[in-house]
Design a protein around this ligand. Structure first.
Ligand code: C5P
Length: 218
């Protein structure tokens, strides 16, 4: 892979439903960056495990990931709680992480020329995938707030879940993601903490924009 020089790289890490995806979209649009929600790749792999269990092996996954297009990651099928739970289980597998990493590195360091850079969000972006990012953010919010946001989001999509179920599932996923041996979710020393518990989407974006503008001269 040939890395593009002088591009802007933004790395965002966060637990589930903290608002990182929403901010990543706004940032990418504002600064003209290729946006990649890296959780979607783990969800994509989880979806293969659920729907094509007989084909679920490293060779097949390698082929699927090398032909993967970002547009395939927007499928609505990937949004369910079942997919998310399986994603956080398969995300512990180092061989799967390695396959997923190649795709992430390509997006982060070699985005198409029409973009000024890249913005990736996930769990290990600032720590493992883009350690030399221009700006690293760690976006979080308390578990109750995150559960309520995710619950409302799922209800809007007509998913039949209770708040308690969402709360329990996020709590379990937090535990899985923070405590796993490989690439756990953690804040790096050089990342900036943004707590969105009491921040509107707009106020949060303005705060982040200020940080980015200060770090990169446009
Ligand atoms: O962000 P999202 O909730 O879609 O991620 C689904 C799961 O994928 C997470 O719970 C986590 O286990 C895994 N993941 C990861 N590393 C990333 C992004 C997601 O392990 N960079």
């Amino acid at each position: 892979m040939i890395k593009r020089k002088n591009i802007i790289k933004i790395a965002i890490d966060s637990p589930a439903a903290a608002g990182a995806g929403t901010q990543a979209k706004l940032i990418s649009k504002h600064y003209n960056l290729l946006q990649l929600d890296t959780g979607r790749i783990y969800r994509y792999v989880a979806n293969i495990k659920i729907n094509e269990p007989e084909k679920f092996n490293y060779k097949y996954l390698k082929k699927k990931i090398s032909n993967l297009r970002i547009s395939s990651l927007h499928s609505k099928k990937l949004l369910s709680d079942e997919v998310a739970t399986i994603a956080s289980i398969i995300a512990k597998d180092i061989k799967i992480r390695k396959l997923v990493n190649t795709f992430q590195l390509k997006c982060a360091y070699s985005p198409p020329n029409k973009y000024a850079g890249s913005c990736l969000d996930g769990r290990d972006i600032g720590s493992v995938i883009v350690p030399d990012a221009n700006v690293k953010l760690f976006i979080t919010a308390n578990l109750k707030t995150r559960s309520l946001r995710r619950y409302k989001e799922l209800r809007l999509k007509n998913k039949n879940v209770s708040y308690q179920e969402v709360f329990k599932s996020l709590k379990k996923r937090d535990k899985n993601d923070k405590n796993r041996k490989i690439s756990p979710l953690k804040k790096t020393n050089d990342s900036i903490l943004i707590n969105t518990t009491n921040l509107s989407i707009r106020r949060c974006f303005l705060k982040i924009k200020k940080i980015i503008d200060r770090k990169i001269i446009i």
